[in-house]
Ligand binder design. Sequence first.
Ligand code: EPU
Length: 309
Amino acid sequence: MLSKTQREEMASRVGAAGAAWLPGELMARHTSLGVGGPADVIEIQDPSLLPRLVEILHEYGVPWRIMGGGSNLLVVDEGLAGVVLHLARARKRLEFQEKQVEVPASQNLGTTVMECAKKNLGGMEGLIGVPGSVGGALRMNAGAYGTQIGDVVRSMKVFRGASGRVETLQPGEMRFEYRHTSFSPDDVMLSVLLELPERPYTDILERVKQCNQKRRASQPVNEKSAGCIFKNPPGLSAGRLIDELGMKGTRVGGAVVSERHANFLVNRFRATASDILKLIDMIRERIFQAYGVELEEEVIIWRDIAKLQ
Ligand code: EPU
């Protein structure tokens, strides 16, 4: 635990290094689920400051984690001891070279899909409507409608928290699996080089429209959620299993199993993180009893920064 003086000293060094120190930010305001207690946030405009900032935190023994767009994240109500790093939305534009494009990790995923489309580059149509940043999508290997972002990655620039170094990773040096990657929690995605198939803009737009329609028809896009809460067990759909047990509409406090898609838990009535966690446990138990299947969370849960795996 830092003393008040140490904390102030650290905050002023963070400021002097060129980043914004935002103490006690409610994580509910930074996550799409809209739940979560306070944490100290460092907002970073210039990603090249990362090594210096992490060095400062390290000097004070303060644990840290990087947050992407906050759209697949559940933070506990008690808040977090430690620091949440956040890369501010990139002002830098996408850099195109033939079929390749360099994208800053803090760029919005949907914007990226559409900017590429304008250059007649497709292959990411299914990702339209997946909320969040490119960096967050890369960490989780976000996917929908037959597209996974990992499939179009050519190389990636990553800040390695463990060594404090920036590395450019080639395909053999990273693994993208179903909603899982080989990156560790203290790897920070800085930028990615994507290689995309050429397609006429109008074709891409048509496919984007179809995906949007499907998503709006089957997912609660206008409610606060973290997308699908559980991964699909091999060969099964978690949403269908939960639906078959009649759990749509089940409510704990302010959290509800969406009537539109049972793998979405929505924050409808000012839910707390604890409401959502209770609902997750309840569903997991019911599914295990009924089918003998252990559901694994897809949403990332931050209970304690120092103990994150
Ligand atoms: N289904 C039901 N009831 C429900 C939900 C689904 O019966 O409440 C049935 C559907 O009718 C369909 C099957 O289950 O026959 C599969 O449903 P869907 O097509 O909605 O796909 P999913 O497997 O539930 C996955 C991803 C989504 C992604 C969609 C579209 C996971 C955990 N979910 O959902 O990703 O958008 O496919 O490709 O992999 C996310 O990652 O957060 C996410 C929402």
